[in-house]
Design a protein around this ligand. Structure first.
Ligand SMILES: *Cc1c(COP(=O)(O)O)cnc(C)c1O
Length: 383
């Protein structure tokens, strides 16, 4: 290894991104249909009329020789209106200085880690299983990650273990707690007990509530932000808003946290094209979010159909994906039957995510979901 590189990064398992459009998926050559149901994107591209608007913006408004708007003020204003409206906040509590934008919420997660834990200032706490990027980004910055388990049935965090971890971690105390509402990969929203626990955390700990799936769950803690200066909410345009390609996420929080996030981000973190796309998406939100109800009814159909298999245990979901495991009598400690099921689905052309002893399956378009069900029928036999 080159001697100037950090040795801990050699061991770091990075996030495995998709290969992208035009790059063939490495599945069996005989399969033609390949349904990407492993990253929780929306199955629906932008409607043609919004693509037209974006093309117009690109042609008429964007000068490619100029740097983008580094202050994001128009987009922040549009987002604050959406947040106030969606959280039923009657007076305009959320304003521009409560919002910072990131190149995807991934960038915001990293900025939060830099702002709170970097340089030996603290560690982060997560309950596994959860979104992998918190751990990956923390490790890349040399920040310790403390993990606690979840209840195996309802996936509630082990709050006792979490409290003990907070009380006993001394050298680098827990500085930031990450939760997803609803959680990925398990699909469950925060429970009353979890919410009470979060509300009572000491004010020297930052609580990050990742609402990446808000458009599907309609559950938000935004209306409580003003009572909790130690809370930050993360949202993204990558899921319900159908703009994963554009890489736009936002954080909502106390102006002092937001000011630091603004300081540590790159000055031109969002390309002009992404800013234009997010603006068009939020201005046309009723049209775009129309697809959410279809996703929810497709989710019910998937759950209902898969529930007929005696081998499967399917969890409730408040998001645009479902999580299922094999019942204990159909699998063993090493999850070999689950891995087998995953491989069979992949070979037949349905890509899902195998994680934490289960499969996470994105709710796709009606035809993708129909194929998922057909392929399950074959794959589940003789696992
Ligand atoms: C998809 C997802 C995100 C979104 O990340 P972007 O970088 O905005 O695309 C963030 N958090 C969770 C939990 C997610 O599942």
């Amino acid at each position: 290894m080159l001697p100037f590189l950090r040795t801990d990064l050699v061991e770091l398992a990075a996030y495995k991104p998709h290969l992208g459009i035009g790059v063939p998926t490495p599945i069996s050559p005989e399969s033609i249909e390949s349904d990407k149901l492993d990253t929780n994107e929306s199955p629906y591209d932008l409607p043609a009329e919004l693509k037209e608007k974006l093309a117009w913006s690109y042609k008429e408004l964007i000068e490619t020789n100029r740097y983008p708007d580094g202050g994001h003020s128009l987009l922040k204003q549009a987002i604050s209106e959406y947040v106030n409206e969606s959280a039923n906040i009657s007076s305009n509590i959320v304003v521009n200085n409560n919002i910072s934008l990131g190149n995807g919420s991934d960038e915001l997660i990293r900025s939060i880690l830099i702002a709170t834990c970097l340089g030996g200032n603290g560690s982060v706490l997560v309950a596994q299983p959860t979104f992998s990027m918190y751990g990956i980004l923390a490790q890349a910055l040399g920040i310790p990650v403390i993990t606690v388990p979840r209840n195996c049935e309802n996936f509630e965090m082990d709050l006792e273990a979490a409290s003990i971890a907070i009380d006993t971690t001394q050298e680098q105390p827990v500085r930031t707690v990450f939760v997803v509402h609803p959680n990925s990969p398990t699909g469950n929203s925060l429970t009353a007990a979890e919410l009470t626990w979060l509300r009572n955390l000491p004010s020297d700990i930052l609580v990050v509530i990742d609402e990446a799936y808000f458009e599907f769950s309609q559950r938000s803690l935004a209306s409580e932000l003003s009572q909790h200066p130690n809370w930050v909410i993360l949202r993204t345009f990558s899921k319900g808003f159908r703009l994963a390609a554009m890489r736009v996420g936002y954080s909502i929080g106390h102006p002092e946290i937001i000011a630091i996030l603004e300081k540590v981000r790159l000055p031109y973190n969002l390309p002009s094209f992404s800013i234009a796309a997010a603006l068009i998406a939020i201005q046309n939100r009723s049209l775009l979010l129309d697809s959410v109800s279809q996703t929810l009814s497709e989710r019910s159909k998937l759950i209902e159909n898969l529930s007929q298999y005696p081998q499967l245990k399917i969890s409730d979901s408040d998001a645009n994906f479902i999580f299922l495991r094999l019942k204990r009598e159909f699998d063993n400690q090493t999850n070999s039957a689950l891995k087998n099921l995953h491989q069979k689905l992949k070979k037949s052309g349905t890509l899902v995510r195998e994680t934490c002893g289960g499969l996470r399956i994105t709710v796709g378009s009606p035809s993708e979901n129909a194929r998922t069900l057909n392929r399950f029928e074959t794959a589940v036999k003789n696992i």
